[in-house]
Design a protein around this ligand. Sequence first.
Ligand SMILES: Cc1ncc(C[n+]2csc(CCOP(=O)(O)OP(=O)(O)O)c2C)c(N)n1
Ligand code: SF4
Ligand SMILES: [Mg+2]
Length: 477
Amino acid sequence: MTAGIFASGAPDPWCPGCGHTSVIRGLQEALERTGNPRETVLVTDIGCIGMADRLFTSHTVHGLHGRAPALGTGIAISSPPHVRVVVLMGDGGAAIGLQHIMEAARLNVNLTLIVCNNQNYGMTGGQHSAYTCLGVTTPTTPDGARQSPFRLCELVAPLDVHRVRVLANERGLVESLESALNHQGFSLVETMNFCPSYSGKYNPETLKPKVMRAFFEEQGLVFGEHPAGTAVPPYRFDPDPEPHETPLIPRQPRHQLDGSVRILLAGSAGEGVQSAAELFARAAMRAGLEVAIRGEYPVTVGKGFSVAFMLLSSDPILSPAGEHQDVALVSSVDGLRFTREHLPGIRRLVLDTSLEVPVPDASSPKPTVEPTDAGLAHPTVTISLYTDPQGSDASEAESEVVNEPALASIAIPDGPQTIEQVDFRDRGPKMAAFSALVPARHSPGCCRVASRFEGPRRYAEGVVGKSRTRFLIPGIN
Ligand SMILES: Cc1ncc(C[n+]2csc(CCOP(=O)(O)OP(=O)(O)O)c2C)c(N)n1
Ligand code: SF4
Ligand SMILES: [Mg+2]
């Protein structure tokens, strides 16, 4: 190849008569015409065409087969506007990575894609590609290709992008490339020929330029340039975007939780478990605690179990991982089924009244659930959550430590130390999970994980004003 401003002068790597040589010569000239050829990032795909990058002295990136347009898109949207991105790929790559092409075109990202359609996978032995035309003989289509080819320019046409189809050795090639390079936004140049070593060798009559063009046209491939419409503006890179303001939750270091507590909320889809965990986490953060929450649910999010693991800590949380839950609040059979595997580590279990008390070990006697005032005094962290009338956000919270009378302690071998039963179902979905923390009414004398709901009487009617829900979380030391 002739050494130019842009090409390195390295020897042309392609077979004699390969269309890739003429496309790269044309590209070199078109880039020189732009006046700043070195401000180009050349992204090449796998295949014979991919050997082009070693000829260029500008920035080059060699990608995975079919993925060069995705690489080019990333480079184009993160580079300043004066950097030109040119992506070179074969018809094989354009088949494997068709969606990447369509996405780049749909974004109208500022790059020029040159697809060298030589009617086969040249580098791997001439197998037919999805762009191989009807009747073309290749090693994998000995009787001629039987499927209609993809027509790339026509495929991107509805996206209204700049596109041109030319023969690889056509006289107007340089002008076509130049106008694509100067276009702001996505531009496609599809160059057509037959790989002389495979598809051309098996279909020699098509190698004559006039026959070749007529052959392609008969297959519905339209030649010529189609300028872009104005429907989609070119994707613009913003080097200095406005920083995204993430409102910080004001922290009031009023908690006195010593160490950490792990809480498992376990219920069913639609009960508001995830919302409850998030609201609760916000409240705890407002109270100055460190919080990590993780939701778990099946991919069918509208059905089945829905659980949230919550970790509250007075110290920074370096990892939310941990085997044992201190407290589990279970509102449904789905949640209970999920919770069973965690039972051995759980120290307090709060169950909906409708649920059967689980027995971790079949040989163990079923524990009786009986609230009592006897027992040890536990320091208990109180977090008050104030919600707006819709109950959608925690606008304020506070925490304090109170010494509540002791909880009932029900021994289950290898199981929860304490079990309480409450009715979860007396509130709306979002508050239902919170109700796990509101057992006072339903289990008098056993309300140490408890809450008081305060607020405007006509809360449900949306009266403006604050509602207050107090959660008492056991401080487990
Ligand atoms: C994902 C993937 N699939 C298959 C290959 C094997 N492979 C290497 S080159 C090539 C054919 C390239 O054909 P084309 O893209 O048309 O370029 P040409 O060689 O014709 O210039 C194939 C299939 C690969 N490298 N990666
Ligand atoms: S095999 Fe085909 S595509 Fe590859 S260099 Fe030779 S002629 Fe070109
Ligand atoms: Mg090819």
